[in-house]
Design a protein around this ligand. Sequence first.
Ligand SMILES: Cc1cc2nc3c(=O)[nH]c(=O)nc-3n(C[C@H](O)[C@H](O)[C@H](O)COP(=O)(O)OP(=O)(O)OC[C@H]3O[C@@H](n4cnc5c(N)ncnc54)[C@H](O)[C@@H]3O)c2cc1C
Length: 316
Amino acid sequence: MSPVLVIGAGVHGLTCGVVLAEAGRQVRIRTAERPRETTSAVAGAMWGPARLKPPERVLYWATLSHAEFTALARDENSGVHLAAGRMAARTDLGDVVPPETKLIPDLHRCGEQELPEGFVWGYRGTVPLIDMPRYLDYLLARFQAAGGEILLASVSSLADAAAESDTVINCTGVGAHELVGDPGVHPVLGQHVVVRNPGIDEYFIELSEGGEFTSWMPHGDRVVLGGISVDHDWRRTPRAEISARIRRRVAQLEPRLADAEVLEETVGLRPGRDSVRVDVEHYEGARIIHDYGHAGCGVGLSWGCAFEVADLVEES
Ligand SMILES: Cc1cc2nc3c(=O)[nH]c(=O)nc-3n(C[C@H](O)[C@H](O)[C@H](O)COP(=O)(O)OP(=O)(O)OC[C@H]3O[C@@H](n4cnc5c(N)ncnc54)[C@H](O)[C@@H]3O)c2cc1C
């Protein structure tokens, strides 16, 4: 049996690698970028309501992932911790909340006095926050400890992959646009400003239909500030005017972050798609198991998708 070939070393490639390698499979990852260079490394990141399609499967993946991240929060080397905070909006989003919010043990509707000025709706609750650079290091170490091999090497085509292994897991994120030729996958650019933490321990995220919103997520001595979503923008260099707007909006809501020292500015391309793709394609004698298109929620769905991928591998 040839080793399972995983393409990609973002959160999906590494999590699939961990699940398969720990189940005793021989696994090789080929990736165009190191884990810390991927979009996954840029994510905020929180486990949260996903609002993606298909809704029943997303709920299933989110539920399994919530359990894994909650358990990982007990391991201080994982980069995962549980944090309280608020999800809020400037318009009334009503009483109907996504079903996965029932997993948040202490969720409650915010009173007016719990919301910043200009906000009229919000919930407060404790969720897993994931410090992505550290977490990707953790996953990589766990993958290698289980015997996994990782190669810094692009895959030029699905035929190239199928020639190497009869079981291929495609975790290429927005790269699936080119590798699979899937026109439905498109970049949704995001940018963050990472600052030294002046003492923040709660997260905040603004739910908004517009392209710009306000968020902060603390990870020990760093806080990740956001945010922005720009459809169909492939540029991967931070833009000063976007960072300035992020800082201005954050400072208005949380003055302690106004003068925090900037550590870095980061850009990532969320893999936008009408619905998440986890399925099997038969291709030139190989089975290609696709796992991509998780838009702005790929971290929070990663364990559930990886468990489903592992089930699909075993069905062969
Ligand atoms: C600003 C921002 C904030 C976010 N916040 C959150 C959040 O709070 N919570 C959340 O759940 N999600 C969040 N996300 C979304 C999340 O980051 C993505 O959904 C997730 O990282 C996608 O992971 P992935 O492994 O599929 O793709 P990626 O991380 O993009 O990894 C793709 C991998 O495939 C490799 N690759 C691509 N093409 C090839 C090829 N031809 N050959 C070899 N290798 C290839 C790449 O090199 C890379 O290793 C955020 C994203 C951004 C940008």
